[in-house]
Design a protein around this ligand. Structure first.
Ligand code: GDP
Ligand code: MG
Length: 179
């Protein structure tokens, strides 16, 4: 029987990039492919965050559980309180590949995390909505180079089709310090 580890993961990014879509993907896909154990969502009124759990099982039978924190949309109106990401072990900073400005916003989140969050935080940059390839405004290479420079994981996803969503969480799980 392998060990189990639990981490707090925060979702960050401009409004409408698809953060919550990772959370509320089509129920069948979500249940079958995304959340293996349970889907447990509630609103924590003090910080307005929802969370659910995502479990990844690694090859060696180690289980990595992510407690995923999503905003209730406050990013639309004001900046998020640092307490939202304070104890986060990992972060997924999301942008929309069809909106170049959302990558700028993602970069500012990465800066803020690198200055203010736990120094050991694992950060993944996710270029979402790749199903909208015809409307692409951010080249893969541009984002990949930025991610490499900053030491971030990088994945392009579609939360609509579930493309690369499991891969995103698997990649984070593999990078977490498991001692
Ligand atoms: P949030 O504000 O970052 O939480 O964004 P939401 O998850 O609420 O998504 C904003 C809109 O984009 C919704 O209409 C979603 O259905 C849509 N959306 C999210 N992810 C994708 C995606 O991968 N592809 C497409 N085509 N639409 C998406
Ligand atoms: Mg949202």
């Amino acid at each position: 029987q392998g060990k189990t580890y639990q981490f707090k993961l925060v979702l960050l990014g401009e409004s409408a990039v698809g953060k919550s879509r990772y959370e509320i993907m089509d129920a069948a896909i979500l249940v079958m492919r995304f959340v293996k154990d349970h889907f447990d969502e509630y609103r924590e009124s003090t910080i307005g965050a929802a969370f659910l759990a995502q479990t990844v099982t690694l090859d060696d039978d180690t289980t990595v559980k992510f407690e995923i924190w999503d905003t209730a949309g406050q990013e639309r109106y004001k900046s998020l309180a640092p307490m939202y990401y304070r104890n986060a072990n990992c972060a997924v900073v999301v942008y929309d590949i069809t909106q170049a400005s959302s990558l700028d916003k993602a970069k500012s989140w990465v800066n803020e995390l690198q200055r203010q969050a736990d120094p050991n935080i694992v950060i993944a940059l996710a270029g979402n909505k790749v199903d909208l390839e015809a409307k692409r405004a951010v080249e893969t290479k541009t984002a990949q180079e930025y991610a490499d420079e900053c030491g971030l994981l990088f994945v392009e996803t579609s939360a609509k089709t579930a493309y690369n969503v499991n891969e995103l969480f698997d990649a984070i799980a593999k990078r977490m310090p498991l001692e």
